[in-house]
Design a protein around this ligand. Structure first.
Ligand SMILES: Cc1ncc(COP(=O)(O)O)c(C=O)c1O
Length: 402
């Protein structure tokens, strides 16, 4: 007897490409190998102690009940202060909501706005979830290449060409996962000019990596760069990357009141208000000392430089030095067609990543998973010593290709 059917909708959701890598890494670890993973998009630091303490105190105060669907007032007020302090953006409390991570904010927004067949413009390379989330909401992702020779940034003319009468959203994510590229104010201004011409399109800016920018680079966000766009911009951020609070599952956003209201309705049916104790922790992180954020950014910068420097001496690899996030996205075109000591012919970036894992026990993710090949994504949110050892192994691997 066959099992009851699953939903058609499942067909639009791809299984994360990194799963095969993770499984292989587990097998190798079980065999006793020291596998170094450069795959995770998660800070290797701990959550700030004052945030953990605030969570504990909230629990003791009895803040263990259902919470308002849009978030508790103290956190919304802390988010309001954060947007003003970091982004010079004024949002009223009814223009702010919190959700289970930035991920849910994005899904709430798409579910609340996208009708069947609406297009969502997504610059590539992209964070894996955008396309699948757009499809789940009934939309059609339209990927726009951000070429390496433009520093993996979105060109205004390419953006303009991608917008049609069916476009509902543009999703921006700079500093970018996976390329690390970030936009200067001037570059953002050029994108904003294009968007002024297309008033039927919402703009979602995923600013999750805002505080991870290096060498004096100044982060900017589109609603601040072009205030005339603010009433159709959703500014998305969260605690996961900035405060190394991934497991707390708290994301937040500022946007026009009507959009926020629709998103809160959507979230009300999906998950309701989020964990109240986690909200207390994030309010403490947002309002507490911010030195940790800067100190950690400096450690990330040092690691970025270690990786970029090491990759320079890898034959066949060309690595751009990104402005931000904690990823580099080296081009491995020069390794294609070569063979590893283990006898694997490298035809694609997936072959490269899998052979690097099998033969040198370093896990990375192939660029095809992010919509741009032939590249690999290296996350340097990994202890510095492990990172150096991983770089040494990557050099050995590239040197051994014939
Ligand atoms: C670009 C980007 N946006 C959003 C998220 C999700 O963050 P959160 O933990 O807040 O859901 C991630 C996590 O990897 C990310 O890389």
């Amino acid at each position: 007897m066959s099992a009851p059917a699953l939903a058609e909708r499942l067909k639009v959701v791809s299984v994360a490409a990194s799963v095969a890598m993770t499984n292989r890494a587990r097998e190798l670890t079980a065999q006793g190998h020291k596998v170094i993973s450069l795959t995770v998009g998660e800070p290797d630091f701990s959550a700030p102690p004052h945030a953990i303490e605030a969570m504990h105190q909230a629990a003791l105060r009895g803040e263990t009940k259902y919470t308002p669907q849009d978030g508790v007032k103290p956190l919304k007020e802390a988010v309001q202060r954060k947007f003003k302090r970091d982004n010079n953006l004024d949002y009223a409390l009814d223009e702010i909501m919190v959700a289970n991570g930035g991920k849910q904010i994005i899904m709430d927004a798409l579910l609340a706005t996208v009708d069947e067949g609406d297009e969502v413009v997504i610059p590539a390379p992209y964070w894996i979830s955008y396309g699948d989330m757009a499809k789940l909401a009934g939309g059609v992702p339209k990927f726009v290449n951000c070429p390496q020779n433009n520093g993996f940034k979105l060109r205004a003319e390419d953006l303009d060409a991608a917008i049609t009468p069916k476009t509902k959203w543009l999703i921006l994510n700079f500093p970018n996962n996976p390329s690390g590229a970030a936009c200067s104010r001037e570059e953002m201004k050029a994108l904003a000019e294009v968007m002024l011409k297309h008033p039927h399109v919402w703009i979602l800016t995923d600013d999750m990596y805002e505080h991870m920018v290096y060498d004096g680079f100044e982060f900017c966000t589109i609603a601040e760069v072009e205030p005339r766009l603010k009433d159709r911009v959703l500014t998305v951020n969260g605690a996961s990357k900035t405060y190394a609070m991934t497991g707390f599952r708290v994301g937040f956003c500022g946007g026009p009141k009507q959009l926020i209201k629709a998103m809160v309705n959507m979230q009300g049916q999906l998950t309701s208000g989020i964990n109240g104790m986690a909200q207390a922790a994030v309010a403490a992180a947002l309002d507490g000392p911010q030195d940790l954020v800067k100190e950690r950014a400096e450690i990330y910068r040092q690691r970025r430089d270690i990786v970029v420097e090491a990759l320079k001496s890898c034959p066949g690899v060309q690595c751009h030095k990104p402005e931000g996030a904690f990823y580099v996205y080296p081009n491995i075109a020069g390794c294609l067609g070569k063979t590893t000591p283990g006898g694997v012919k490298i035809e694609t970036d997936a072959d490269f990543a899998l052979a690097l894992l099998s033969e040198k026990h370093v896990a990375t993710v192939q660029g095809s998973a992010y919509g741009m090949s032939p590249y690999i994504r290296i996350s340097y949110a990994t202890g510095t010593e492990d990172l150096k050892e991983a770089c040494r192994r990557i050099q050995e691997f590239c040197n051994s290709l014939v």
